[in-house]
Design a protein around this ligand. Structure first.
Ligand code: PGA
Length: 240
């Protein structure tokens, strides 16, 4: 794992964006794996800026998102589909047909999940963007999830629901389930860019890098991936 210690959130977002921008320049039809959450918003702003300045184009780019809630419609403002539209896709020249997210409105979720896995096998992810949960989750692979899962339906941890309550009016409204790419899908990506910001992520980052590889801390599996770049701000990197 390559660790890049950054001064603050903006510095982290810019440095991580530089890697993706340079990969996008090299491969116009790059396949990107994308994450939601507060952490990658700054990175997406940098990608939007680079797109508007015509440094990069999303015209031939394909994307796969890590996860989506079950229990709220794609049209709900807090669905990850809407998040991605708001924070990236509405502002860049991506072709709508190249955007892939797990679809919680699919008539048969099982069929949809199989199709999602199959499509990722056909279009392997070149660069996967990841955040990390304070509990060590990547995507919504909560502690205890087997490492050999492909995309599946997960029961969200209470910790995760509480962490995400800030986006909803009450804890009751936070979905209890989600569709998430599994660790196996994530580990197939050719490169992984993981970002973490804030003191509440410091312990998760330490365990990811230095701890034993265990399903109790899902991000620890990344120690076995050959090409991971970890961008941390000063607080998230304060224990390593
Ligand atoms: P955050 O979420 O970016 O909102 O902190 C990250 C995660 O839970 O994976």
């Amino acid at each position: 794992m390559k660790i890049i210690k950054c001064d603050h959130y903006d510095d982290m977002s810019k440095k991580a964006a530089q890697v993706i921008i340079s990969d996008m320049k090299e491969k116009k039809d790059i396949v990107l794996g994308l994450a939601t959450g507060s952490t990658p918003i700054g990175l997406y702003k940098e990608l939007i800026k680079a797109n508007q300045e015509k440094q990069i184009s999303f015209k031939d780019v394909m994307t796969f998102n890590l996860d989506e809630y079950i229990g709220i419609s794609q049209k709900h403002p807090e669905s990850y589909y809407q998040f991605m539209m708001r924070h990236l896709f509405n502002h860049v020249d991506i072709d709508q047909k190249n955007i892939n997210l797990p679809n919680n409105d699919a008539s048969s979720i099982d069929k949809h999940i199989k199709a999602y896995n199959d499509k990722m096998k056909k279009h392997p992810i070149d660069v996967q963007v990841l955040g990390i949960g304070a509990n060590g989750h990547i995507g919504f692979n909560e502690p205890g999830t087997p490492f050999d899962n492909e995309t599946f339906i997960v029961d969200l941890d209470e910790d995760t629901r509480i962490a995400n309550q800030r986006f909803f009016d009450s804890l009751d409204e936070v979905p209890k389930k989600a569709i998430t790419m599994g660790i196996k899908n994530i580990m197939r990506s050719k490169k992984i860019i993981l970002l973490a910001s804030g003191i509440h992520k410091a312990e998760a980052i330490k365990k990811m890098i230095e701890g034993p590889i265990t399903t109790e801390h899902p991000a620890s599996i990344l120690q076995l991936h050959p090409n991971v770049e970890v961008f941390v701000d000063e607080e998230a990197g304060s224990m390593i």
